[in-house]
Design a protein around this ligand. Structure first.
Ligand SMILES: Cc1cc2nc3c(=O)[nH]c(=O)nc-3n(C[C@H](O)[C@H](O)[C@H](O)COP(=O)(O)OP(=O)(O)OC[C@H]3O[C@@H](n4cnc5c(N)ncnc54)[C@H](O)[C@@H]3O)c2cc1C
Length: 381
């Protein structure tokens, strides 16, 4: 019997399902992909896009084309509410979509409202990743005008580190003038081994970045960042990398959620309350084992989601997602070097960046099946 499969969010965890959509359509099902943008940007290469190491065409998937080429419908919109009883998704545009089976991969957002009074053009949340491309264009424009800007990067985690390092590269490569301050909270890279921290600190400090530890951002006003130590730092452009959390969509729709507000799923990546709702990536919380919000897990969930969506539509055994206990992170330090970290194994150098570049490009080529690399202009959709 023909059913309607709806994929919400063309993110990292849906890529296998989107690439293989014809498996669903050949079985007689209708498929709709609803996503906020026709493009999906790979976060692992986002900081490199900010610096110019990568052209946007190397960093994004044309999810609209991927879906339409495979017989699915694409709706550029956002799901704002779910009615799990009547199987209805309500969209920002005011329309509604009825599903038989739905899968969410809507990611996470930076809770900027917790520190900023209002939305401001000169505060750049590091997600969605396309914000980094828009920031690059703004910064290049200011360099062209000969302006000297004060930059603030707020957040001392992996995203803050990579943004800071690649912002430096953007200025250096384009002879831009300005200062960069990284406001790290308690300390830079608090969850990492001491060696990662030491390498990161010396790399940034050696390039003139001022790292402020032991102080948090209390609030951001139009041109000043108020710190908990009483200081106010002026800025022209600030990047907000203060952590990420799933949107309120699931809690507001009355679905069971984890402590972080993510859709609570079991090891089949299926809602613990509704058999026809699935999800992967940053927007879900795995029951009994909440995972770090890293792309590594979203990527590993791909084959499980693809398989289990077929099983939900046509019958069959569900596959179980077994998260790996340790994963590799390599930080792009913007100077052609990387910091490699897996468990207690930490080292840095050019080889680390070469390895990251190889792994990231291999991943991109696996899913860039819609002529993405032929796009040349820096489109910011
Ligand atoms: C600067 C930076 C660098 C990072 N580097 C790494 C790294 O090197 N390695 C690593 O493992 N992790 C990294 N991360 C973490 C990584 O970004 C996330 O874990 C990853 O993006 C999660 O993928 P996702 O598909 O769940 O979500 P996302 O990548 O956020 O994708 C969600 C998709 O859903 C769409 N969407 C959102 N809301 C809706 C809605 N309501 N309706 C419809 N569509 C919607 C969005 O448009 C988007 O296409 C980095 C994060 C940042 C910010």
């Amino acid at each position: 019997m023909s059913k309607h499969l709806v994929l919400v969010g063309g993110g990292h965890a849906h890529l296998t399902a989107i690439k293989n959509l014809s498996v669903f359509t050949r079985a007689g099902h209708n498929v709709t992909l609803i996503s906020a943008s026709p493009f999906h940007y790979y976060s692992g290469m986002g900081p490199g896009m900010l610096s110019g190491t990568y052209h946007p065409s190397q960093v994004r998937f044309h999810v609209r084309k991927m879906a339409e080429d495979r017989g699915a419908s694409f709706v550029e919109d956002k799901v704002v509410k779910i009615d799990p009883v009547r199987h209805v998704l309500f969209l920002q545009s005011g329309s509604a979509v009825i599903y038989d089976v739905v899968s969410f991969n809507t990611g996470s957002e930076v809770p900027v409202a917790s520190i900023a009074d209002a939305e401001q053009d000169n505060i750049v949340p590091v997600k969605p990743v396309v914000n980094l491309l828009k920031a690059r264009q703004t910064i290049l424009e200011s360099i062209r005008k000969g302006e000297t800007w004060k930059y603030a990067v707020i957040g001392g985690g992996p995203a803050g580190l990579e943004i800071c390092a690649n912002l430096w590269r953007l200025l250096y490569a384009n002879r831009g003038k300005g200062t960069i301050k990284l406001i790290a909270g308690e300390k830079l890279m608090p969850g990492a081994p001491e060696k990662v921290r030491r390498l990161a600190l010396s790399s940034l400090a050696g390039r003139g970045v001022e790292i402020i530890e032991g102080s948090f951002v209390k609030s951001i006003k139009q041109n000043g960042v108020a710190l908990t130590d009483g200081r106010t730092l002026e800025f022209d452009l600030a990047f907000a990398a203060i952590g990420i959390r799933p949107a309120r969509l699931f809690a507001e729709s009355g679905l069971p959620t984890g402590a972080d507000g993510g859709l609570l799923v079991n090891a089949h990546l299926r809602s613990v309350a509704h058999n026809d709702i699935f999800g992967g990536g940053d927007c879900v919380s795995l029951q009994g084992k909440p995972l770090a919000k890293v792309g590594v897990y979203a990527v590993r969930e791909n084959p499980i989601l693809f398989h289990n969506l077929q099983a939900a539509l046509d019958g069959g055994e569900m596959m179980t997602f077994k998260p790996q206990p340790h994963y590799l992170l390599i930080f792009n330090m913007g100077n052609g070097r990387g910091i490699f970290w897996k468990k207690d194994w930490v080292w840095d150098g050019r080889l680390a960046f070469v390895l990251k570049d190889y792994i990231d490009n291999r991943f991109m080529r696996m899913f860039q099946v819609s002529g993405e690399r032929e796009d040349k202009p820096e489109v910011t959709e």
